[in-house]
Design a protein around this ligand. Structure first.
Ligand code: ATP
Length: 325
């Protein structure tokens, strides 16, 4: 009921009377009073004024199922929320939940991710209490070899969400690193369980540096946070909600064609590598060229001095010749 009380308080610009809340939820005034007190203990500032009722003054930057549920506006994503304060990796947890039958659209969130993973066994650092670490669990009816494009769908959602919540200028380093001022603010890791022609489930993990004030030495040159770029702290739950809304939008567009043809143009407008020299860190032999945007299947077009190459994600990293971007 706490999520519903929060939602009711947020819906009203002024005060909501205890009596109205009792009637709405069919419980006693004491039950409402207790729930409000518990919310206060978790950091919500809620005022109770005689004869007028309850009023929400401020929301702490906490991630909890109640908080996320109380602000949810999406249609299917996050209908089921799985929150735990500490997890190894939200992707690993989501994979387990999928095996146990968790539905399409389950949102897995933690406040502290101890063992965050990047591509090819790399580590993703999640300083406790400062970051967003979340995973979308999907069971889409798409062909397995179309699944990797969802990573680009997710990148679009993250970029648009961050832009809306911060007003910062945000870009994408192909395929899915989110960049502000040439540094990485967010990474996305998509993993899948599939048969040859059937997707069991896909998990899309999104890590975002939100309130982070400082990074480990080895990341200082390539990582940044929304706080460092903006100079103020933003609410993590609100950003999660925005990204979920955008993911629903772009996912719907993706399903219309089962490729990125309706997204390519917009994606390319965010691509920091566009028309710039890049080094493709190909496993066999790295090579240099100029990035020319993505195809409808999400491959990066790279013009080298001799030919045009199609670079698939998963295989390679792309770097700016003169630095990370
Ligand atoms: P790239 O193209 O940059 O090599 P990638 O897409 O292969 O990246 P990911 O798997 O998304 O990389 O992320 C892992 C890498 O991101 C790590 O090797 C590290 O360099 C960097 N990293 C780890 N934690 C963070 C963080 N919190 N913020 C920014 N960068 C991070």
């Amino acid at each position: 009921m706490k999520a519903e009380i929060l939602a009711a308080l947020r819906e009203s610009d002024g005060y909501v009377s205890g009596q109205d809340l009792c009637e709405k939820f069919g419980v006693s005034r004491t039950a409402i009073w207790k729930a409000v007190n518990q919310l206060k203990q978790t950091g919500y500032e809620i005022e109770a004024v005689q004869n007028r009722g309850y009023h929400i003054v401020s929301t702490p930057d906490i991630l909890s199922e109640n908080e996320l549920r109380s602000i949810r506006k999406t249609q299917w994503l996050g209908k089921k929320i799985y929150y735990e304060p500490v997890m190894g990796s939200t992707n690993t947890r989501a994979m387990q939940l999928a095996e146990e039958g968790a539905p399409h659209g389950t949102l897995v969130v933690t406040d502290r991710q101890d063992n965050g993973r990047g591509r090819r066994g790399r580590k993703w650092e999640t300083p406790p209490g400062t970051a967003i670490a979340m995973t979308f669990l999907l069971r889409p009816k798409i062909r397995p070899n179309n699944a990797s494009m969802l990573t680009i769908v997710a990148a679009m959602a993250v970029v648009r969400g961050i832009e809306d919540e911060t007003g910062l200028k945000v870009g994408i380093k192909w395929p899915n690193d989110i960049i502000i001022n040439s540094k990485k603010v967010s990474g996305i890791l998509t993993e899948m369980s599939a048969q040859i022609d059937y997707v069991n489930h896909i998990v899309i993990g999104i890590g975002i540096n939100v309130q982070t004030e400082d990074f480990p030495e080895e990341l200082r040159d390539i990582a940044t946070s929304l706080y460092l770029e903006l100079g103020r702290k933003i609410n993590r739950a609100a950003l999660i909600e925005k990204i979920c809304e955008y993911f629903e939008t772009y996912f719907r567009i993706f399903l219309q064609t089962e490729d990125l043809s309706l997204i390519v143009q917009q994606y390319n407008s965010y691509l920091v590598n566009m028309d710039r020299p890049v080094r493709v860190m190909d496993a066999k032999e790295p090579y240099d060229g100029k990035a020319r945007g993505i195809t409808a299947r999400g491959e990066l077009l790279v013009d080298t001095w001799e030919s045009r190459k199609l670079v698939s994600s998963g295989e390679v990293s792309v770097r700016g010749i003169y630095g990370y971007v």
